[in-house]
Design a binder for this molecule. Structure first.
Ligand code: ZN
Length: 247
C-alpha cells in the first residue's frame, strides 16, 4: 500500500516544481523544432521517431540540448514516465564514449532522458576492445546512429598520462593515452601544469580515438561508410558548460 508523503517544505517544493513543469509542457512550443518526443518531452524515444532521424538530426538535437543546459532551460523530464515507457523497449539514438569525470555527465549536459542514448564511461574516454564491442552492439544491433567520443577540459586522466603516473591498474589505462601525448603538436610547455597543453592532448585524444574506432571496427566503419551512422567527436568545456562538436 502506498503511503501519503508527509506535507513538508520539501514536498511542497516538489509540488510546485511539478506544477511548473506541467505549465511549461503545456505552453512551451516544440522548442527544438523538429524535435521528436523523447529528446524533449516526457516519454522515451520510440523506434519510429528514432529511425526517421538522420545522424545529423541527432547531433543537432544534442547541440540544442546542451544549449538548453547552458541556459538553465532543461526539458521538463518526467523520469518516471520515461522509465515506464522505456521498460518496454529501448531505441537510443546515440552511443557516447565519455570520461568518468564527475563533472561531465553526458546525459545531463546535453539534456537527454532515459532511453535516449547509450553511455560508455571510462577515464580518458579510451576505446578498448570491450568499448568497441559495446558500440557495435549499440549501432548494429540496437540501431543507434551516432557514435560520439566526448573528451573534456582539465581531464585528470590526460594529466596522468602526461605525467606518466604509475598506479595499479591505472598504469595500463594511461599507457593507452601516452601515444596521444607524443602525437600532440604543441610549441609551449608540455606539462600537466599547463592547462592549454592538457586540453590540446584531450582534443587530440578525441580525434585519434575516432580514427581508431574506424580502423579497429569494420562493423562500425561499414555503417559509417554507408552513412547509416556518423562517428563524431566533441570536447566538453567544464568551465563554461559548452559541448563543442568537432568538425
Ligand atoms: Zn577526464
Amino acid at each position: 500500500m502506498r503511503s501519503e508523503a508527509p506535507s513538508t517544505l520539501g514536498s511542497n517544493h516538489v509540488s510546485r516544481r511539478r506544477l511548473l513543469k506541467i505549465i511549461a509542457m503545456a505552453t512551451a512550443p516544440p522548442a527544438l523544432g523538429v524535435v521528436p518526443a523523447g529528446l524533449v518531452y516526457a516519454a522515451a524515444l520510440t523506434k519510429a521517431q528514432r529511425d526517421k532521424m538522420t545522424p545529423d538530426d541527432i547531433i543537432a538535437l544534442m547541440k540544442k540540448g546542451n544549449q538548453r543546459f547552458r541556459l538553465g532551460q532543461e526539458s521538463p523530464h518526467d523520469y518516471l514516465a520515461q522509465q515506464k515507457v522505456s521498460a518496454k523497449g529501448q531505441y537510443p539514438a546515440a552511443v557516447i564514449l565519455s570520461c568518468i569525470d564527475s563533472r561531465a555527465p553526458a546525459e545531463t549536459i546535453m539534456d537527454l532522458g532515459i532511453g535516449d542514448c547509450f553511455n560508455a564511461r571510462v577515464a580518458g574516454n579510451v576505446a578498448n576492445d570491450d568499448i568497441l564491442g559495446s558500440m557495435e552492439f549499440a549501432c548494429k544491433v540496437a540501431g543507434a546512429k551516432v557514435v560520439l567520443v566526448m573528451g573534456h577540459t582539465a581531464c585528470g586522466a590526460i594529466k596522468g598520462a602526461i605525467d606518466n603516473v604509475q598506479l595499479g591498474n591505472l598504469t595500463g589505462l594511461l599507457a593507452k593515452i601516452r601515444p596521444v601525448v607524443e602525437a600532440t603538436p604543441y610549441a609551449g610547455e608540455r606539462s600537466a601544469k599547463n592547462s592549454s597543453f592538457v586540453d590540446a592532448v584531450a582534443r587530440k585524444n578525441v580525434e585519434l580515438t575516432i580514427t581508431d574506432i574506424s580502423r579497429r571496427s569494420s562493423v562500425l566503419a561499414d555503417l559509417a561508410n554507408a552513412r547509416s551512422i556518423r562517428i563524431a567527436g566533441a570536447m566538453y568545456h567544464i568551465e563554461t558548460g559548452l559541448v563543442e562538436f568537432l568538425a
